[in-house]
Design a protein around this ligand. Structure first.
Ligand code: HPA
Length: 279
């Protein structure tokens, strides 16, 4: 048993989704805080509300609608999570990883994961896009893993490797796309904290010292589950605020949502371009 989830649940859910949609997506997407509007771009869409899916972790946070959108984008079949669950909402890490396990059973081979993040790198400005080159799994180092419990050998190995967690080929394509489409693209390291509180100035100075460029409360558990089962990952953070290193500027969820409005159009252009370029 993997904490609260097991493979029969993933099968039950993937069967249900396959009954509700004729699309057979090879690409999955997870849309972070304030970034859900990207799902409006999906053509020929089928919708499955999270509340209709057994065992599914529902999002309780403003800025996250709770549904799967399954359809086409740039001629590719995609399954999009419009809203995600976070550890701070009370779910176990295993529950947060469940949607990615289901995507694997649906046939997903590539996952685009997005989030809103605070810019720790002083050069980053709200509204910037940051290609995630790697992550620092502070929550994992603290003892929390979505893979804790008996390994599901049919999905992946007990001790999955985390080199190239953010796939180098996909990163090259993203950089190429950003040049073609003239979208500024930062690159950097994402560090995940549990939240829901934002960081103290001392937290942020620590994160800067350990090499973080952006900080957020999501993404890493989903990426670990994806890599466990051999799904390749492209990760992009939307920088929603500057980290409060000087201790003078409070951070709010409202500014995170507001920044999403600037970030979504760029992210849409970026993701469309990457989809065209991966062919
Ligand atoms: N810190 C943590 N998570 C976040 C932030 C932040 O500044 N902005 C958006 N998500």
């Amino acid at each position: 048993m993997t904490d609260h989830v097991h493979i029969e649940q993933f099968k039950e859910i993937s069967d249900l989704i396959e009954r509700k949609s004729a699309h057979r997506p090879k690409i999955g997407m997870i849309l972070g805080s304030g970034l859900g509007l990207l799902a409006d771009e999906i053509d020929d869409a089928d919708y499955v509300k999270y509340s209709q899916i057994p065992h599914w972790p529902e999002s309780t946070v403003e800025g996250h609608s709770g549904q799967l959108v399954i359809g086409n984008l740039e001629g590719q079949s995609v399954v999009v999570m419009q809203g995600r669950a976070h550890y701070y909402e009370g779910y176990s890490m295993a529950q947060i990883g469940l949607p990615v396990r289901v995507m694997k059973l649906l046939g997903v081979e590539t996952l685009f994961v997005t989030n809103a993040a605070g810019g720790v790198n002083p050069e980053f400005e709200p509204g910037d896009l940051m290609l995630i080159t790697d992550h620092i799994n502070l929550i994992g180092m603290g003892g929390l893993s979505p893979l804790r419990g008996q390994n599901i050998d049919s999905m992946g190995p007990r001790f999955p490797d985390m080199m190239n967690a953010y796939n180098d080929v996909l990163r090259d394509i993203a950089v190429q796309t950003s040049i073609e489409m003239d979208i500024g693209l930062r690159q950097g390291i994402y560090v995940s904290l549990a939240g829901p509180n934002f960081e103290t100035p001392a937290d942020l100075r620590f994160l800067q010292v350990i090499g973080a460029d952006a900080v957020g409360m999501s993404t890493v558990p989903e990426v670990i589950v994806a890599r466990h089962s051999g799904i390749r990952v492209l990760g992009v953070s939307g920088i929603s605020n500057k980290a409060n290193l000087d201790g003078n500027t409070p951070t709010s969820h409202e500014e995170v949502i507001e920044a999403g409005r600037v970030i979504v159009p760029k992210l849409v252009t970026m993701i469309r371009g990457v989809l065209r370029n991966i062919g």
